[in-house]
Write a protein that binds this ligand. Structure first.
Ligand SMILES: [Zn+2]
Length: 385
């Protein structure tokens, strides 16, 4: 897992509060989430844990506190949660922490007292990285229309859908609109270190003076817009599906409606997707900036209902190469990229010229972000749970 320590240990394997066979829904297991799970754990053993309920870092830290010399976390076992885990701890841990598939974990759980050899060889140091931010020379500098995509990929692969797709759409748009005078001011961001926990966008928002923050009237996010088994998902700004994450800040509903209007005009079906904090809009909605954007799906499984609307294959991931080496140019769906780039261009042009941008003209002041950035980081970012 990202942020695992290095180590080479041979020790007895000990299961901790596993749910086998797995429960019917994700996060039935809370293996390792509480210190109490480790009552009876023998210090010096290797902890075998199951994905679910809390972040990987919580499981790893509880195991380490109980004296584990290494941690193996296996996928929980429901559909879509069986592959080898490539998790992200979000902060350094000094012992080896590795992820594995449900099948391997299930097999290990059936071998009580087995002696395991766990070896990790990791590098952990502090590095500098850069967001790339381009400001148009046109438009009212007090009314900034901002959009963003992330430049980095996971180490496992080149990240062409995640997020070369959004990056390319943003670049095409910036080139096209850079020469054209607009009423409002366009700002394009290409974020760094999204996959390590939204580090680039968190840093940007946390270090933005309040007066500059107030000028950003909306933020549009494009992370994975050309998945091979795509669905056209729009961030659920008004929480119209009534489940999962709450609505976005006031004005997010209007952004969702604009995208809906675009897809409706093409007679193209669409659906909603929660503001679950898994991409760079997270820091913006936390400070009350209206947000929206598009997403064609990651490791989630396409439903039969979605296959009826979008085509493709039900029962298969939207992006079967999500965070893997095969996320290459061959992983891009041309239709999804074309339709979504049109949506991205439409939103940019509409908001570049709108007299009345989404949300209140003056937003209530928000608390300073610096104190909350670390806490936010623990719930944000991909693959940390
Ligand atoms: Zn991404």
């Amino acid at each position: 897992m990202s942020y695992s320590g290095s180590g080479d240990v041979t020790a007895t394997l000990q299961s901790v509060d596993l749910v086998l066979p797995p429960g019917p829904t994700p996060s039935t297991s809370n293996s390792g989430c509480e210190a109490g799970d480790f009552v009876g754990f023998v210090p010096g053993n290797i902890a075998l844990l199951q994905r679910g309920t809390c972040n990987f870092i919580v499981k790893a830290q509880n195991a380490q506190a109980a004296g584990a010399v290494a941690v193996i976390i296996f996928n929980e076992g429901q559909p879509g949660r069986t592959a080898t885990l490539q998790g992200n701890l979000g902060e350094p841990v000094s012992i080896p922490v590795v992820g594995t598939s449900f099948d391997v974990g299930n097999e290990l759980a059936g071998m009580p007292g087995a002696v395991m050899h766990v070896k990790t060889d990791t590098v952990s140091d502090i590095r500098t990285t850069w967001n790339v931010i381009a400001d148009s020379k046109w438009g009212d500098p007090g009314k900034v229309v901002m959009s963003g995509a992330h430049l980095d990929s996971v180490p496992a692969g080149p990240g062409i859908n995640d997020d070369g797709s959004g990056t390319a759409a943003e670049l095409a748009l910036a080139e096209a609109l850079g020469r054209i005078p607009t009423r409002n001011h366009l700002r394009f961001a290409w974020w760094s270190a999204e996959e390590l926990g939204l580090l680039g966008s968190e840093f940007y928002v946390a270090n933005l003076p309040a007066a500059e923050q107030a000028k950003i009237k909306l933020y549009l996010n494009y992370d994975m817009v050309a998945s091979p088994n795509y669905a056209f998902k729009i961030y659920d700004g008004d929480n119209s599906d009534g489940v999962g994450a709450p609505a976005g800040p006031p004005g997010s509903d209007e952004i969702e409606k604009l995208f809906e209007t675009y897809f409706d005009a093409l007679h193209q079906g669409h659906s909603g997707t929660d503001f679950d904090g898994r991409s760079d809009y997270g820091p913006f909605i936390e400070v009350g900036i209206p947000a929206g954007g598009l997403f064609t799906g990651a490791e989630g499984i396409k439903t039969p209902e979605e296959a009826a609307i979008f085509g493709g294959t039900a029962g298969v991931a939207y992006d079967h190469c999500y965070h893997q080496a095969c996320d290459t140019i061959a992983n891009i769906n041309d239709k999804a990229l074309t339709v979504n780039t049109g949506a991205i261009a439409t939103a940019a042009v509409v908001y570049a010229y709108s007299r009345d941008l989404p949300g209140p003209d003056v937003r209530p002041a928000t608390a300073a972000r610096a104190a909350t950035a670390q806490a936010a980081n623990e719930i944000h970012g991909l693959d940390n749970r």
